[in-house]
Structure formats: C-alpha cells, structure tokens
Design a protein around this ligand. Sequence first.
Ligand code: HEM
Length: 415
Amino acid sequence: MGNDAPAGTVTNVHDLDLPEIGLLDADLDHDEVAERYRRLAAEHWLVRTPLGFAVLRYDDTVAVLRDKRWHSASGRIAEMMGVDDPDFLARRRVSILSAEGDEHTRLRRLVGQAFSPRAADRLRPFMREVVNGLVDPVAPTGRADIAVDVCEPYPIPIICELLGAPKEDWQLFSRWAGDVLRVFNATVREELPIIMAAQDELDEYTRDLIAERRSRPADDLITALIAAEEEGDRLSTDELVMMVEAVIVGGTDTTRNQLGCTVALFADHPDQWRLLADQPDLAPRAVEESMRYFGAIRGTGRFASTDIVYRDVLFPAGTLVSPSFSTSNHDPAAFDQPDTFDITRPAPDRPQLTFGSGIHYCLGAALARAELQEALPILARRMPDLAVDGAITWKPSTVGIFGPERLPVTFTPTP
Ligand code: HEM
C-alpha cells in the first residue's frame, strides 16, 4: 500500500511521508508524464503535489468524488495558482461546477431534462452532417490535420445548434470558450487579461441571446432552460447566463480535445481503427474505451469543506486534493489488462472516469458521447488507412484540457 497510516490510528496527511510530484514542466513528453504517474500509482494511492495531494487509484478517486464533504475546487484554482488580481476575484460567481449542497441539487434538477440522452440524440443527424462537411474537402487530397481540420471546428456548430445561436457567431464562440478555459492552465496568472476580456464579451453576448429567446421562444436549449420549472421554481436570469456559459465553455474544448486524443490513440492502433471502420456499431464501446485509455481531462480538484478522515488519514478542512482520472482509468484493480487498448472489451463493471463521478458528473456526457460516437465511425470509414504523417504536436502538459494541437495524417484519397 506504500503510504497508509498505521492501522487504527489516524494520521494528519501533512505528517505522512509521501512522494512528491512537482508542477508539470511544459516541455515534458506526455507519454513520459503518463508513465511516471502510472508508476507512482502502482506504489501509492496518495502523493503530495505543489498545491496539495493527488489521489491516484480508482476506488479512492470515486470515494472522494462521491463524498459530498469534498467540494469542487474549480472556483478556487486560480487563487491557489497565485492569482490575486482583485478585479478577477471580485467577478467570480457561483457556477454549476462550483456550486455545492442544496444549491447544486436544485440546479441539476432544473436543467437535467434539457441534457438527457434523448435531447442529445435529436442532434445526431446534424452531427453526422457536420463531420461529413469537415471531411469532404480533405478526403480527395489524402491528407489532413485532424486537430485543425476536424476536431477544432467540430463541436462549435453543435453547441450553437443546441443553444439556438446564429451561425455567423461560431468563430466568436470558439475563441471565448478557449480563452475562458485558460483559467485551468498552470499559466493562468500571465493569461488573466485574456481570460477577463473573454468573460466580459461572453457575458454580454449570452445576456442578449437570452433576452432574444424570452421574446421569441424557439426549439432550443435556451428556450428549454428558460421554461424549465420544478414545483414553481425557475432559473433566475443570472443562473440562465451561468448555465449557457457552462455549456459554451464546458462543451467545446473538452469534446474537440477528446476527439483529438482518441484519433491519435487509434492512429497508434491501426487494427482497432479498421475494426471500427468495418463495425461502426462498435462506436459506443470505442468511445468508452478510448476515454478510459486516453482522456483529455486527466483529473479534477476538490477541497475538504471540513476535517475529513479517509483510510485513517486526516485531511484538515481546506486541504486540496486532485483525484486523478488518468491513473484511476489504468488501475489494474478496476480494469482487466488496463494498458491494453481494446474496443471489443466487454463493458467493464466500473465506468471510465473521464466524465468524473458523483454529483458533478459531466452534465453534457450524453451530448459528448453522441458527438464522439457519430464522428469516429465516419472518420474510420472515410480514412480507413489513416497514418500519422510526421509528428503530432501536443498541447503543453500544463493545460487542464489536453490534446493534440496538430495531428497531420495521410490516408488513401476518396472522392
Ligand atoms: C468529451 C467531452 C467532455 C469531457 C471529457 C467532460 C468532462 C467533464 C468532467 C470531468 C466534469 C466534472 C468535473 C469535476 O467533477 O470537477 C464535467 C462537468 C461538466 N461538464 Fe463536461 N465534459 C465533456 C463534455 C461536455 C459537454 C459537451 C458539455 C455541455 C453541453 C459539458 C458540460 C459540463 C457541465 C455543465 C459540467 C458541470 C456539472 C456539475 O458540476 O454539476 N461537458 N465534464
């Protein structure tokens, strides 16, 4: 077990003798990072980090995420990274990702229906149209940069269609989403002006969109959220703005990077890619297996809202822990042969953790699954012999949402 406290006695986590992992170096190769973390996870369930502690194994990650005394750290991360700009700190509001307790339960109850698998399924034909539209210009050339030509643009029209936002605003959405998400990067301090400018623009845009839908309801998510009502309770305008922003910010960079990680992974496993091209009905399993094997989000953050004792370790109130999805998804106690990528793997008893677990489990999971399930078989069918052409350029390891920046490929051209 490596770092358990002596049985029966409770030891303060700060007094435990734990290995420490430093802040990730932007130049580190991502395979090396993954390998280093997995080696650590084989020895220890808990390690020290510059900001707190990381929980590396499946059962412990799930236990932390399901224990409501651990609160989301998403609203505090910037501060913990040393951001002290009073303007930035003053504008922080409750978002669904940082809300806890009754407030969070109420929000999830009000918006749950709008994010159901059925609501996502309605967009599947549109998703296929978008992917095919992106592949059409590159298919006859036999070359593409999958990250730039397909992954980057793919989620934007879908989120716009979902929200009912006009097509001409796609580019704006894409930029705002990317810029606001810099708040999860280790480089947040330098990027603060960009983040704040994007937040302001997004805020103004969202308020206008909501005002427009209030006067002219349509068949879209914003109208559904405006109408959402439970026992006489409704979302306030500020809550509506927050939800729409959560969708724009949470639903774009995540999906595009996950698709990029997934295609890169398949490029490394051509037999699995051919299997998917031949059997498109394997898509749902391919999505779960690729998100398990190589998730774009490698972990999250929680802080102890009160003193918490877990596995005979005392985590004093305020302690920050990072439940690690990437190592938990390769935990041999949870998955048989975890380092084998196999899309025919029978559905495991335990779900992959890249969508999180517990009350903050990804609200857009049904939509993201549908997007990936529709995109992958089309790409596999239209680029069956896809091979990486040169080298993949990865985002720096310091980003919160990881994936390829450039993924140049060749394949047999098709008309
Ligand atoms: C492959 C793509 C995606 C991945 C890997 C992903 C991952 C996650 C994870 C790990 C969380 C939980 C974070 C935590 O516990 O701290 C989360 C929450 C969330 N996600 Fe996603 N997500 C994806 C796509 C989407 C999409 C498409 C949307 C919107 C349409 C979305 C909206 C949200 C929202 C609103 C939350 C907050 C839920 C809450 O706190 O109750 N996500 N996502």
